[in-house]
Design a protein around this ligand. Structure first.
Ligand code: SAM
Length: 283
């Protein structure tokens, strides 16, 4: 009898799907917050799914994690204390730890199951979670930032989509709390969905963000397993825009090994197509 022809299909907004051929289902379960599956696939290796959506894959995770971490951290002269909200798979933390100035990382992940299963099944992504500079807090990031004025040089919001417990991570109040939690010169990045498929969400996210950070703007990257393969991130800062020399100097201190981010990509990522500029103008 021929082998089973197994496929996983992520359906985005009921009307578009991305399918990948499945080799094996490694784990299935749920927490109080979401369902969690780990599948092994031909094209992307092991894949973490939350509520049936691609979160991260062994093969393309480097793109998202390098871009959410190195754009803000290379824009800050000397980031020492970093807050990562969400990010339970550990990929963002792994990239943050490449910066020699970083002394302490607080990871605030609401769902312990994500950390536990990422450690068990995705060791190349979760490897940084045991670094002595990292402390993990199984808390709500919305509450966490409320009473931490001036605590961080950088805040990276590596969240799920604006649904369920993550809705408040895209609200004007949360961004105002992040602004207060950042020291002078502090920087923020956040994953901010698809400029092509999530137009209404993106417009409201940037309208909210710009109440606290008027000069906030998006940068983009190609993430193959996210809807449409074109994704945006918010960049916001309490300080001046970084000089290109500073970005190059901080890149040189990372010691190589990056597979996506570099100073040229850093600059190019902020160049946006007209339809996206129009959307932001409306925001
Ligand atoms: N998109 C990322 C990537 O490409 O690697 C992965 C995102 S990470 C898995 C998203 C995390 O945000 C989830 O683990 C989820 O539990 C967490 N999360 C959602 N809402 C949260 C909240 N309010 N506070 C802290 N963590 C939250």
């Amino acid at each position: 009898m021929g082998g089973l022809d197994l496929w996983f299909r992520e359906i985005h907004k009921d009307d578009i799907a991305l399918g990948v051929r499945v080799k094996d289902v490694l784990w299935r379960g749920k927490s109080a917050f979401q369902t969690l599956d780990v599948i092994d696939t031909e094209m992307f290796g092991r894949v973490l799914l939350l509520d049936g959506l691609f979160m991260t894959t062994e093969r393309d995770e480097f793109i998202y994690h390098e871009m959410i971490a190195h754009v803000p951290l290379s824009s800050h002269p000397e980031p020492r204390r970093v807050l990562v909200i969400g990010g339970g798979d550990g990929g963002t933390v792994r990239e943050v730890l490449r910066h020699p100035t970083v002394e302490r990382v607080d990871l605030v992940e609401i769902d312990r199951l994500v950390v536990d299963k990422s450690r068990e099944f995705l060791p190349t992504i979760a490897c940084g979670l045991d670094d002595p500079r990292v402390s993990i807090h199984y808390e709500d990031g919305i509450r966490w930032v409320r009473d931490r004025a001036g605590a961080y040089d950088a805040i990276l919001v590596d969240s799920t989509d604006p649904v369920g417990p993550a809705v408040g991570l895209f609200a004007a109040e949360f961004y105002a709390d992040c602004h207060r939690a950042l020291r002078d010169g502090g920087v923020l990045s956040a994953q901010t969905e698809s400029p092509f498929f999530d137009r209404e969400e993106v417009a409201s996210i940037y309208a909210n963000l710009r109440q606290a950070f008027p000069a906030a703007r998006p940068y983009t990257a190609s993430v193959p397993t996210y809807p449409g393969g074109y994704w945006c991130f918010a960049w916001a800062s309490k300080g001046p825009d970084p000089a290109p020399e500073q970005v190059r100097e901080r890149y040189a201190r990372l010691g190589g090994g990056l597979k996506y981010y570099n100073p040229e990509i850093h600059a190019a990522a902020f160049v946006l197509p007209n339809y996206f500029l129009d959307l932001l103008g409306a925001a």
